[in-house]
Design a protein around this ligand. Structure first.
Ligand code: ADP
Ligand code: MG
Length: 394
């Protein structure tokens, strides 16, 4: 619900009573109507098809209950009650908002504050609305608006926190490899001057490694910006899935070995060809395997591939599983948002930018597929990526 929606709710949306009597109906008859329906808050009085006024239950019985009230009023027409009222009935157009109606009702003289009011429209008979119905509706709207405002505020704060945290981590992440590049470069100049070639090679390797890391991060940020701007295109080709899997397996080896993990790939041999964006698929899988390898130590990483067929078409399902640190339910809820990492200790301990999964999910969806996760804290995680065997240009 939008907060502004409270402004759109009018008296027309309230439950109403349409009981009416003619101006010549006598007091005793009206008393019978009020007794018949105990919830009736008042009665509309019409004269020759036109709205003449309203008599509220409270005012009616107050007058009738006075000494000689019954004798005096029960035989007289109901208009006697109307005419003796110091105020005429509060009449509102159907477009009056609940908030304005409440203000107008409460502005009535104190003895009439709880009286019903009348909603008048050209296309229907006058309607009588109970004051209590109005107040209940107003309370309901205010409560809903309050809850909505509260959750919008919480969402805004959390998005802004994620962004600030990202900027803080990102500047650290960018500075570290840059410092390494510049530092090694400076030492290298000294090495070359002193003719130390063996040392120079080691430092050059470190420079290239830092440069590659930097490039990877900058690419992720630029890719996300491109997707957000709606400028990321699909590049669909037909390629061999076994070849892609072999390529990914060899690319993943150094990542897997780093923390002493083992890697097992099981692929359904019947799937040969795919028509998809090979490079986005490769990047998505490397991201998932990279995470599995990063958050698991001395454990097992698996890549399982099978085919599925349902009413949605033919799918290739990739499952990347690990026996690593896992995640709690609450950590998983915001997993696919950009810049999000399960908690702030993650970036300190494992590095990263919180962009990989967000990018992976977006690539997957661009291909017409889905990304989902299952995880148990301290036991392991499985990411399931389901993509069409044949993607189509959207
Ligand atoms: N296999 C996994 N096991 C445990 N936690 C994971 C796994 N993959 C992702 N996560 C959690 O999700 C967060 C976001 O992942 P990602 O978007 O790839 O960012 P990054 O790897 O840069 O931290 C990680 O920081 C981590 O908290
Ligand atoms: Mg990652």
């Amino acid at each position: 619900m939008n907060i502004n929606a409270t402004q759109d709710v009018t008296v027309n949306d309230l439950p109403y009573f349409a009981v009416q009597v003619s101006h010549s109906t006598v007091g005793a008859e009206v008393a019978r109507l009020f007794e018949q329906d105990r919830s009736l808050p008042g009665i509309i009085v019409m004269e020759q098809g036109r709205f003449r006024g309203m008599v509220s239950r409270n005012q009616f019985f107050q007058r009738l209950g006075r000494l000689f009230g019954i004798e005096v009023y029960s035989t007289r027409p109901i208009t006697a009650f109307l005419d003796s009222l110091p105020t005429t009935a509060l009449q509102l157009a159907t477009t009056t908002t609940i908030q304005n109606a409440a203000i107008l009702c409460l502005a009535r003289p104190v003895e009439y504050v709880y009286d019903p009011f009348v909603v008048i429209a050209p296309d229907h008979a006058p309607r009588l609305v109970d004051f209590l119905a109005l107040i209940l509706k107003q309370t309901e709207l205010l409560t809903a608006a309050q809850i909505e405002a509260h959750s919008q505020r919480a969402a805004a704060i959390s998005a802004s926190n994620a962004k600030s945290e990202f900027l803080a981590n990102m500047s650290h992440e960018l500075r570290t490899p840059l410092t390494a590049i510049i530092g090694y470069g400076e030492i290298l100049i000294e090495d070359v001057k002193a003719g130390q070639t063996a040392e120079s090679v080691r430092r050059l390797e470190a420079i290239v490694k830092s440069g590659l890391h930097l490039l990877e991060m900058i690419n992720a940020v630029l890719d996300l910006a491109k997707i957000e701007a709606g400028k990321m295109d699909l590049f669909l080709t037909t390629f061999s899935l076994p070849e892609l899997v072999a390529e990914i397996t060899s690319m993943a080896q150094p990542l897997i070995q780093k923390n002493g993990n083992s890697f097992e790939v099981t692929a359904d041999p019947t799937i040969r060809e795919m028509h998809s964006d090979e490079s986005k698929l490769r990047q998505a899988l490397i991201n998932l395997i990279g995470n599995a390898a990063k958050f698991t130590s001395q454990g097992r990483i698996g890549l399982a591939i099978h085919q599925e067929e349902d009413t949605g078409g033919n799918w290739v399902v990739f499952q990347v599983s690990d026996t690593g640190i896992g995640m709690s339910e609450s950590q998983m809820t915001r997993l696919f948002e950009s810049f999000y990492q399960a908690d702030s200790s993650i970036s300190r301990r494992y590095g990263g930018t919180g962009l990989g999964l967000s990018l992976t999910k977006q690539f997957c969806e661009m291909l017409g597929g889905y990304l989902s996760v299952e995880s148990v804290l301290n036991q392991g995680t499985t990411f399931t990526m389901k993509v069409p065997v044949r993607s189509v240009e959207s």
